[in-house]
Design a protein around this ligand. Sequence first.
Ligand SMILES: [Zn+2]
Ligand SMILES: [Zn+2]
Length: 132
Amino acid sequence: MKAGIFNGQKIQLSEISKPNLILDDEVLIKVKSSGICGSDLRIIHGKNEPDNLPIGHELSGEIVEVNNSIYDKYIGKRVAVDVVSAGRACGVCRHCLNGKYTYCLLKDEESGGSYAEYLKRRIRASRFFIFQ
Ligand SMILES: [Zn+2]
Ligand SMILES: [Zn+2]
C-alpha cells in the first residue's frame, strides 16, 4: 500500500506492506481522510531518524476487514477514530481505566498511522465513533 513515511527529513510517499491483523479484535481500516495534527509536525521537526511506519492519528475511514467473525457486523461501517492516544490505548491498564488514555502503559505503537491507505486498530480497546 502507499504510505507517507518520514525519511529523516520529510514525509515521502513510499510503498509498504498492509498491516497484518494479529490480535483477535484488530480491524483493518481503509483511510478516507486524514488530518495533519500539530503534534505530527512537532514529531518530524524534532528528529532526524527515519520512521518505518506512517504517523498520523486523526482520521475517518471504513472498516474493511476483521480478524474474528464475531466482528463481521462492523465490515463496511464508516468510523472516526478517537484522537486521544491515537486510538492505540489498551483500554484496560490503570491509566485507561481512569480515562487517561494518553498515558496508556500498553499503547500499540505498531498499528500504523493515517498517512497511509490502511491502518489497523483494536475494536475493543479503541474508541471508535461508528456511523451507519
Ligand atoms: Zn492530534
Ligand atoms: Zn492502557
